[in-house]
Ligand binder design. Structure first.
Ligand code: CP
Length: 301
């Protein structure tokens, strides 16, 4: 089986640092054409703006061609074809598969039957490893290091796959975490146990104000409406946090606010013009990091 990226744990610390270094090269020179003649499939079974389009732009800038779909209603899955069969067919046509799917574990299933590398572009509430790599790239870009930082993750830590992947990846470094969430949306114990095993310090709170002034990275997240069992459950917690510009008076000068986006109400638009907002630049970094992931998995960098 070729090397795939299904979970961020598929990459060692050295591989993560390598990909971040290559992404920096691509940021400095984004017109690369060394993948001419390659074809990459982008299969999105779930909505996406940033991930799909930054992957497609990355593929284009590397000189490869992209095929795929943004909505599986027009594929033979609507006739009952299984995911395994779909992947077995498409992998005949391409050199790599990028896939987003609402089911946890879908990317692993795809990789188990694919003779070409599979990149997980998000599987349910489980993992979003390329988002993690672009988050780390952005942390490094804004803080100049990945160690000795305080990272405050806020919002839906239960269903938010980006915080799951990011806590695992950052546990390779010596930073500490604050997990800010209401009781219903706390970080799952599975991820806390992994931090315990690595001796990474963390604390939990329900209060956004409590640690606002002592973090270096404020990682805001959307409450993931699509993962809740009912609308009533979602409505109960959807407006728990709203960060506004008026709350930022005492934050550290180096503090940056990240968010995987899309945002709903958890960051007011008046935050956008503060020097702390960095989520739009963060999304821009996605293309360079995805260029680096593709190049690495295809053996070119
Ligand atoms: N961050 C992220 O995954 O955004 P999209 O859902 O728009 O791809």
């Amino acid at each position: 089986m070729p090397k795939s990226l299904i979970s961020i744990k598929d990459f060692t610390k050295d591989e993560i640092l390598h990909v971040l270094e290559v992404a920096k090269e691509f940021e400095a020179a984004r017109e690369q054409n060394f993948l001419q003649g390659k074809v990459i499939a982008c299969l999105f079974f779930e909505p996406s703006t940033r991930t799909r389009l930054s992957f497609e732009a990355a593929i284009d800038r590397l000189g490869a061609k992209v095929i795929g779909f943004a909505d599986n209603k027009n594929t033979s899955q609507s006739k009952g074809e299984t995911l395994e069969d779909t992947i077995k067919i498409i992998s005949n046509y391409v050199d790599m598969i990028v896939m987003r799917h609402p089911m946890e574990g879908a990317a692993a299933i795809a990789a188990s039957v694919s003779p070409v590398p599979v990149v997980n572009a998000g599987d349910g509430a489980n993992q979003h490893p390329t988002q993690t790599l672009l988050d780390m790239y952005t942390i490094l870009q804004t803080q100049g290091k990945l160690d000795d930082l305080t990272i405050n993750m806020v919002g839906d830590l239960r269903y938010g796959r980006t915080v799951h992947s990011l806590s695992q990846a950052m546990s390779n470094f010596r930073s500490k975490f604050i997990f800010t969430a209401p009781e219903e949306l706390k970080m799952p114990s599975k991820y806390l146990r992994q931090l315990d095993e690595k001796g990474i310090p963390y604390s939990e709170t329900e209060s956004l104000e409590e640690h606002l002034n002592d973090c270096d990275i404020l990682y805001m997240t959307r409450v993931q409406q699509e993962r809740f069992p009912s609308k009533e459950d979602y409505d109960r917690v959807k407006d728990t946090y709203e960060l506004t510009a008026s709350m930022l008076g005492g934050v550290k000068p180096n503090m940056k606010i990240l968010h995987p986006l899309p945002r709903i109400t958890e960051i007011a638009t008046d935050v956008d013009s503060t020097p702390y907002a960095y989520y739009f630049q963060q999304a821009g970094n996605g293309m360079y990091v995805r260029m680096a992931v593709i190049s690495y998995l295809l053996g070119y960098r």
